[in-house]
Design a protein around this ligand. Sequence first.
Ligand code: NAD
Length: 259
Amino acid sequence: MDLGIKGKTAIVCGGSRGLGRGSAEKLAEAGVDIILNARSQEPLEKAASEIARKYGVKVTPVACDVTTPEGRAKLLEAAPAPDILINNAGGPPPGMWYDWGEEEWQAAIRANMLSPIHLITAVLPGMIERRWGRIVNITSGSVKAPIPVLGLSGAARSGLTGFVAGTSRQVAQYGVTINNLLPGQHETARIESLMSSAARDKGITVEEARAQAYAANPAGRFGTTEEFGAMCAFLCSQYAGYIVGQNILLDGGAINSTL
Ligand code: NAD
């Protein structure tokens, strides 16, 4: 299927691996030039050249921390007029409510709420002027159903979700859409570390923790970055202009609800 976005430019944050990488790959497959961001220069450059070689699009690596004003300025300098923005960064660490003080809260809110909001605010005027734009925020299933040990994540991302709910409805008339993708468990480095901490807590092996998590999911497995990226690319396609302010769960049916 031709997504109708060949030749457009996308900023993909946190894109050297995992869900961001999956999204960058599927956008590149659709013919989109990518400004690829992550913090560490070397793996980022490797990912950028692999994607460019595989799909024949321009991939510009921009190594910076997207949760800092300097990092975001560097990204926007590389792509002042992006057609597509994929917001993504690492998630806050798991813990208990009594572990989290002012510093931990500020870090989570900065990384998973304010940073995407600042980037959205920076690119919206240009998208509105050009009468076309697609913004996708990679958030978490913890926005829809609580994962108690991920309270920092659920709370900070809920703030972003609230912002998107209203703002997306203000900008849709200009051909600009903003939506959130809510991942459940996917095969990424992030899940490896969550599995290790679950294994430690329960006194079982990582393989046992993984088997338990698979068994608890209606799909009997974790999602792939390819599946995730394909949904992200579709939300950025010409055909997704009527999908506005939605929170799309990709979790194999793990959250048990009718709607
Ligand atoms: P990952 O650790 O595999 O990859 C994260 C990517 O973001 C890497 O490229 C990393 O270099 C980059 N990154 C991290 N912090 C950054 C920063 N401050 N600035 C720039 N780049 C940064 O993670 P993932 O599994 O792909 O998860 C992506 C997001 O989705 C995270 O916020 C995570 O909490 C959330 N999430 C993931 C899952 C899952 O199962 N993988 C489930 C729910 C939510």
